[in-house]
Unconditional design. Structure first.
Length: 366
């Protein structure tokens, strides 16, 4: 099928494309075809979210992690970094900073820790920041349904848990024993039952990953009826096992694939929130803006104190290591203005898909 015909079919309604058709979009390399696809995805983003980009200040709570994902710079076995954990006072101060920036939402992210002390700590953070009225997203890994419920009751509205890849075989190659793809899927279901806006996502440009794998990832997002998508290119970290393997693509190819994924996901799902992630910015100075022009409508500027940022490097080349929250906001505002986009100040910027599905009688697809 021609690219024009693929776009027309995609615009006929959500989930209109087949795996093979999505794989064609993901694998595109011809500049003119890519331009057409991104323009259609951007128009769809504007139809659902306007010429606005919603912000979530990102607070990197701590880099202690019980897991050992083979690609991640803060994995348990990496001894080459100082471990840190913010206090509830730190979190409250940063949440106030987020409110002062008028971002409307924030994300609390960290390595994965299970246990009562951590669960209660997150509850305390949530209770302290609740009066600020922000939309709070958690990205704290796999937990029991009981823990997800407690955090929801303490004020969290959204949860981001990337499936990393929808292929159980590829997942097994990227994780050591004891890491379970099935548990991750079950966690996504539990989050849904608890009433969260549920976000998931994948890494692209992974060794051994094909365009068909990525096309199936996008279908997975639709099948679990995700509200939010956060995905980005895999970027090697030298202190990880996967970082020792020569990456399959160079930076430009990784960026192209990441942007193709954003555009294809927008064309497939239509009304979800899609983040222009920092990994895109790590590959090109204007990577996140390119993400918006490919259909993303959310950004997550880092508001963590700069002294901690070097200790939360998931991959090599993390951007904005020394740029504080205020400088970051001014920079983003200018960059978005060049695209004719504005920051969605003071708004939570919830997923339109979430509101649509929760107002449907058949709200529970999972
Ligand atoms: N620990 C939680 C989890 O894994 O869900 C949340 C934090 S984790 C650092 C957030 C995401 O970082 C992961 O879902 C993974 O996709 C991404 N990530 C980790 N290492 C990466 C790498 N080398 N390149 C790109 N993204 C990476
Ligand atoms: Fe831990 Fe998340 Fe990194 Fe895996 S991706 S090692 S769970 S922080």
């Amino acid at each position: 099928m021609s690219v024009a015909a693929l776009i027309e079919k995609a615009l006929s309604g959500p989930r209109a494309l087949s795996v093979d058709e999505l794989a064609e979009l993901v694998a595109l390399t011809d500049p003119e075809a890519i331009r057409q696809v991104r323009a259609a995805a951007y128009a769809l983003k504007c139809r659902h979210s306007g010429r606005l980009v919603s912000m979530r200040g990102l607070i990197e709570l701590g880099n202690v992690c019980a897991k050992d994902c083979l690609y991640c710079g803060i994995r348990k076995s990496n001894a080459n970094l100082a471990r840190y954990q913010l206090t509830a006072d730190d979190v409250e101060r940063l949440a106030r900073l987020d409110a002062l920036q008028n971002y409307g939402s924030l994300v609390l992210q960290s390595g994965e820790i299970e246990g009562e002390a951590h669960t209660a700590f997150i509850e305390e953070c949530l209770r302290r920041i609740a009066p600020l009225g922000l939309g709070v997203t958690l990205s704290l890994g796999e937990q029991t349904e009981e823990v997800y419920r407690r955090w929801k009751e303490a004020g969290a509205a959204r949860y981001l848990l990337r499936i990393e890849t929808s292929s159980p075989e590829l997942y097994a190659r990227l994780h050591p024993a004891g890491h379970s793809w099935e548990r991750r899927v079950e966690c996504l279901r539990a989050l849904r039952r608890c009433g969260y806006q549920v976000g998931t996502g994948v890494m692209c440009a992974l060794p051994g990953q094909t365009p068909e794998d990525l096309a199936r990832d996008i279908v997975f997002f639709g099948d679990i009826d995700a509200d939010m998508i956060g995905m980005g290119p895999y970027i090697p970290h030298p202190d990880t096992p996967l970082g020792q393997v020569a990456p399959p693509l160079d930076n430009a190819e990784r960026l192209r694939l990441g942007l193709n994924m954003v555009a294809a996901t927008r064309l497939y799902l239509h009304d979800v929130n899609i983040a222009a992630t920092t990994a895109l910015q790590a590959l090109a100075d204007d990577g996140r803006e390119q993400g918006v022009l490919a259909g993303a409508n959310v950004m997550m500027p880092n508001i963590t104190d700069t002294k901690y940022r070097r200790s939360y490097q998931l991959y090599a080349g993390k951007p904005c290591l020394d740029e504080n929250a205020l400088a970051c906001r001014g920079c983003l505002e200018r960059r978005l203005a060049l695209l004719g986009e504005k920051i969605n100040y003071g708004q939570r910027g919830d997923s339109p898909h979430f509101h649509r599905r929760t107002s449907r009688a058949d709200g529970a697809r999972l």
